[in-house]
Write a protein that binds this ligand. Structure first.
Ligand SMILES: *Cc1c(COP(=O)(O)O)cnc(C)c1O
Length: 339
């Protein structure tokens, strides 16, 4: 029998980019002992397409919509080492489309490897076209850049599909994480805490909405990777408003229990602090698993801080989403070599 979430999602066009299979869920035995909790990792870094990561689930609904609309080219914007743009290039290839990736200068003072290795290299192999955008804190400006390029493509007789960065558009990416909530609860339902990155908010809002619809009692901890908790709360309010509209559900129901922490954000987006370094090396050296420097190392740092402060209780059953991003390790080689 299809779950309540599956019924809701069946209304939306979807491209199968996950190979119709769940990502692995594994218990981290040694870290569980060290932290005094029952710690599990949901390995969304291991989704099948193009080095995986959380954007693959999100892209199932964007590409579904693009195919539905007859598009032949996907346009998307992100930081130079964006996993989203690399994943979109892989998804476009899988669906027989072109990809135009706009790279924004969002992180100051980075070296040539940052601009050529990791995700940049992978996108080149995938055959995507790169365009540049000079600043990184202007979401609407970046979206305008995509639309200017889209207009050029239309004049050439092409059919572009823009995946927006700014809020205020239907949050199709959140639908992918409602599916992830459904998958997680089907695997195990008795979670005390779910820990996840909150950046654009698609992952966080989708998970929270999905878990609320499934009446899970878990606390969902959004760990800020991009902006302060206050700014993130404002952003998520807009995403939830549009998600409620898209789902035709009550906004208060899907957004209930929204918990946000920015304790692990310093020194800022795309930069590693002391706690981020500690978290990245701890996961590697205790469990042999790579986190990424921009997102998941901050998330694990946030999780450790919450265990140490007692906000996550001793013995709690906790799942952290590994949302991917490991190709960026190679773009951050100089930063990481100093470990
Ligand atoms: C994009 C990204 C995130 C943040 O997800 P959002 O849905 O944008 O909030 C987290 N982890 C990784 C590895 C990402 O690439």
């Amino acid at each position: 029998m299809p779950s309540e979430i599956a019924k809701i999602l069946s209304r939306f066009p979807r491209a199968d980019l996950m190979g119709s299979q769940p990502t692995p869920l594994e218990r981290l035995n040694r870290l569980s002992d060290q932290l005094g909790i029952d710690l599990w990792l949901k390995r969304d870094d291991l989704s099948l397409l193009g080095f995986g990561g959380n954007k693959i689930r999100q892209l199932e609904f964007y590409l579904g919509d693009a195919v539905d609309k007859g598009a032949d080219t996907i346009l998307i914007t992100g930081a130079v080492q964006s996993n989203f743009v690399r994943s979109a290039a892989a998804a476009a290839a899988r669906c027989g489309m072109h990809a135009v990736l706009q790279l924004e200068e969002r992180v100051a003072d980075m070296d040539p490897l940052y601009h050529s290795s990791g995700n940049v290299l992978l996108a080149q192999i995938l055959g995507a076209e790169h365009i540049r955008y000079p600043v990184g804190e202007d979401e609407n400006g970046a979206d305008d850049g995509l639309h200017r390029k889209a207009d050029e493509l239309i004049a050439e007789g092409r059919k572009p599909y823009v995946i927006h960065l700014g809020v205020g558009h239907p949050p199709l990416g959140s639908l992918g994480y409602m599916a992830a909530a459904d998958e997680l609860i089907a695997e195990m339902a008795d979670w005390d805490d779910v820990v996840v990155a909150t950046g654009s908010g698609s992952t966080h809002t989708g998970l929270l909405a999905g878990l609320n619809i499934l009446r899970s009692s878990a606390t969902v901890h959004g760990i800020c990777v991009r902006r302060s908790a206050d700014l993130q709360r404002e952003r998520l309010a807009v995403v939830f408003e549009h998600l409620a509209k898209l789902l035709e559900r009550d906004e208060a129901e899907i957004a209930a229990g929204n918990t946000i922490s920015d304790a692990a954000l310093t020194p800022g987006y795309g930069k590693m602090g002391e706690h981020t370094r500690e978290a990245l090396t701890m996961m590697a050296r205790v469990e042999g698993i790579f986190l990424d420097p921009v997102y998941t190392a901050k998330v694990f740092a946030g999780l450790i801080a919450k265990v140490r402060s007692g906000e996550i209780k001793p013995g709690a059953k906790v799942v952290m989403f590994h949302t991917g991003g490991t190709p960026a390790l190679f773009g951050y080689q100089s930063t990481l070599a100093a470990l």
